[in-house]
Design a binder for this molecule. Structure first.
Ligand code: PGA
Length: 250
């Protein structure tokens, strides 16, 4: 089964709307006509509308870095699925390790957000990954299985098609340390096998599993050349148009 790669830029808490505009204007010509892979940008909330408008009609999709699970309500500082869609965004990250680490996002919250995203037709990129101590203790497989199982509670095979998973070993995020292609492939196989157990072989064969954690232009080809690796979630190296374009065109 051939899966179309998704190359995604997670800008985190960087870029004002003016900076986001400058990026998109520089970036779109660099990837014009690139249809081999899907490309998505995840700006901050304040730049979302600007990026959506500038990317309209292009081969670049736009999403939020986080979305609340509730339809609406007294959740100060949060953004709903309807708000995301009204602006014209189509994707959301869910459960990024920084959300888990600093904002108490648990597998249960991730699961609720996943249900909400699917209900609203938003493409969810569900992030999972072990911290260094877990890897060193030989617990990587257990951690990934727990996170996947927790995320997928109550999700049916019929509803699962839009789901994208991003395997991001926490020790590789923003550290310059990258998992080797072998390490990433091993983790992806564990994740795909777990998805097969929960949602069946067909869903597992079709689901895209991205790798994230210090993906750069000079390691993208080795990682993305692996059949098991269906794209990349890129932080630091996605902040510059030429560097992210180089990754997208690995
Ligand atoms: P990084 O971030 O590429 O800077 O390691 C990846 C991520 O957090 O998604």
């Amino acid at each position: 089964m051939s899966r179309k790669a998704l190359i995604a830029a997670n800008w985190k808490m960087y870029k004002t709307p003016a900076e986001a505009k400058a990026f998109v204007e520089a970036f779109l010509p660099l990837v014009a006509g690139h249809t081999r892979d899907e490309i998505a940008l995840f700006p901050s909330v304040t730049s979302l509308a600007t990026v959506v408008e500038l990317a309209a009609g292009s081969n670049v999709s736009v999403g939020l870095q986080n979305m609340h699970f509730a339809e609406e309500g007294a959740y100060t500082g949060e953004t709903s699925a309807a708000m995301l869609k009204a602006v014209g965004a189509t994707h959301t990250l869910i459960g990024h390790s920084e959300r888990r680490q600093y904002f108490n996002e648990t597998d249960e919250v991730v699961n609720k957000k996943l249900h909400t995203a699917l209900k609203h037709g938003i493409v969810p990129v569900v992030c999972i990954g072990e911290v260094l101590a877990e890897r060193e203790a030989g617990k990587t497989a257990d951690v990934l299985k727990t996170q996947i199982t927790g995320a997928l509670v109550g999700i049916t095979a019929e509803a699962a098609a839009p789901i994208v998973i991003a395997y991001e070993p926490v020790w590789a995020i923003g550290t310059g340390k990258t998992a080797t292609p072998e390490m990433a492939v091993e983790a992806h196989k564990i994740v795909r096998a777990e998805v097969a157990k929960i949602l069946g072989a067909d869903v597992a064969a079709a689901i895209r599993i991205l790798y994230g954690g210090s993906v750069k232009p000079d390691n993208a080809t080795a990682l993305l050349g692996e059949e098991e690796i269906d794209g990349a979630l890129v932080g630091g190296a996605s902040l510059k148009a030429d560097s992210f374009a180089a990754i997208a065109k690995y």
